[in-house]
Design a protein around this ligand. Structure first.
Ligand code: IMP
Length: 210
């Protein structure tokens, strides 16, 4: 089975392909289908954004598709940056408000600024609890499905580690003492928000009679 994953983020593609490879699902990227559009991402929830991106691809290319949206929700900041995680520190390109640009999507030009802003906002706060939440929206034919995954953890006081992307250097998952960026892909892919959401997607697809 072939499905478009509405992203060009290499890290996300690698993470998802490693999980879906165990089954018969071929995941292709936006670049693979020659989509270089600015895809609207104007909803104020992760679910809304994920559905909006998947629907755009299905409408324009006629291909079944899934899209994800992820937010880092920090308890002491009332759930911020949440759905605004990508553009927390402002910024251009794929972080511009309301647009997911297939052209600019990559490791995240503004991850450094986003992390610095979050560390600043968290200065002096003793409650460091946070969670990553991923929502995957799948559109097959005229049917829509949503899957979500959460990983709880804490925000560090400084960046640590070189692996992963985005906020990984400042997030320690529950049950561990190192950040996602220190733990590396092998561990992250077993326990992450995205891994949990993709496992649900995978399970769903495996049980679907196509
Ligand atoms: P999006 O889902 O690609 O829009 O991501 C929203 C924001 O969360 C971006 O700033 C990403 O860099 C960040 N992000 C998404 N997934 C992860 C992850 O697995 N680890 C760390 N940061 C992430």
């Amino acid at each position: 089975m072939k499905l478009v994953f509405a992203t060009n983020n290499k890290h996300k593609l690698d993470e998802v392909r490693k999980i879906t490879a165990q089954h018969n699902i071929e995941v292709v990227s936006l670049a693979d289908i020659h989509c270089h559009d600015e895809i609207p991402e104007t909803a104020d929830t992760l679910e809304g954004n994920a559905l909006q991106k998947a629907q755009y691809i299905q409408d324009k290319f006629g291909l079944d598709c899934f899209a994800d949206d992820t937010g880092l929700e920090v308890e002491a900041l009332n759930g911020a940056p949440g759905v605004y995680s990508a553009r927390y520190a402002g910024g251009e390109g794929h972080n511009a408000p309301g647009v997911y640009s297939a052209r600019y999507a990559g490791p995240g030009h503004d991850s450094e600024a986003n992390m610095q802003k979050l560390l600043q906002e968290m200065e002096g706060k003793t409650n460091r609890k946070a969670r990553f939440r991923t929502v995957i929206a799948l559109i097959i034919g005229d049917k829509q499905y949503c899957f979500s995954g959460i990983v709880n953890g804490t925000i560090t006081t400084e960046k640590k580690g070189e692996n992963g992307f985005g906020y990984d250097p400042i997030f320690i998952p529950e049950g561990y003492e190192q950040t996602f960026a220190e733990l590396g892909d092998f561990v992250k892919n077993k326990i992450s928000h995205r891994a949990k959401a993709v496992e649900q997607l995978d399970h769903f697809l495996a049980n679907l009679n196509l």
